[in-house]
Ligand binder design. Sequence first.
Ligand SMILES: NC(=O)c1ccc[n+]([C@@H]2O[C@H](COP(=O)([O-])OP(=O)(O)OC[C@H]3O[C@@H](n4cnc5c(N)ncnc54)[C@H](OP(=O)(O)O)[C@@H]3O)[C@@H](O)[C@H]2O)c1
Length: 220
Amino acid sequence: MKIAILGTGMVGNALGTKLVQVGHEVTMGSRNANNAAAQNWASSLGERAHAATFRAAAAFGELVISCTGGMHSMEALESVGAEPLRNKILIDVSNPLQQDTDGSIILGFCNTDSLGERIQKAFPATRVVKALNTVNCEVMIEPTRVPGDHNLFICGNDAAAKKEVTKYLSEWFGWKAENIIDLGDLTASRGTEMMMPLWMRLFQGVIGHPHFNYHIVRGR
Ligand SMILES: NC(=O)c1ccc[n+]([C@@H]2O[C@H](COP(=O)([O-])OP(=O)(O)OC[C@H]3O[C@@H](n4cnc5c(N)ncnc54)[C@H](OP(=O)(O)O)[C@@H]3O)[C@@H](O)[C@H]2O)c1
């Protein structure tokens, strides 16, 4: 499959590397076609890895993964435009985090709004699926880093797209389908994005490393 990764940070790197390793052809997009991180990433992985602008990467991909800094994702996607994203599945992995004046990490918008919804509203012909944003990128691509059963959350307005993404997450990264919880339409990304302040507190203040996850336990 041809896959576009929009983002040159640790998430883009982890997802892009794993996808090339399992046999896909991946283009990593950036604001600048000559972005050093993207070029180094591509040259380390051989002929199935490429670097390009956000727009050229999205045009290349049959499926697009958006993993830019969440307060900048709309700007990145606006530089792509609607056509290269038309009818494609876009997996949004980003969280709209920013630093508050006291240095703490907060959400730039939330509660009655979310990045997942903003993307879908701006690109109505794109099949937006919010997924993976509640786990560290090393756990995204290797869920067994966290022992036992634990959950991923998925949401989106297109049921067929969510089904396809669930299959990809199992095939690509080894997530058990029964551990992927479909939360319904994209308004659910308000909740999954708002899990981030709790995730940050667990990371920094309690667990001290990012290899943990949420496990939903159902009562009778
Ligand atoms: N780190 C994790 O394990 C983790 C886990 C779950 C979710 N997330 C979410 O995944 C996303 C990516 O995280 P990350 O740490 O890999 O990368 P990041 O440092 O948050 O973002 C890097 C990307 O954002 C782009 N960017 C920055 N400013 C921009 C602007 N003004 N306009 C357009 N694009 C801009 C950069 O473009 P250039 O390439 O041009 O520099 C780069 O591709 C974030 O939203 C984060 O919250 C992260």
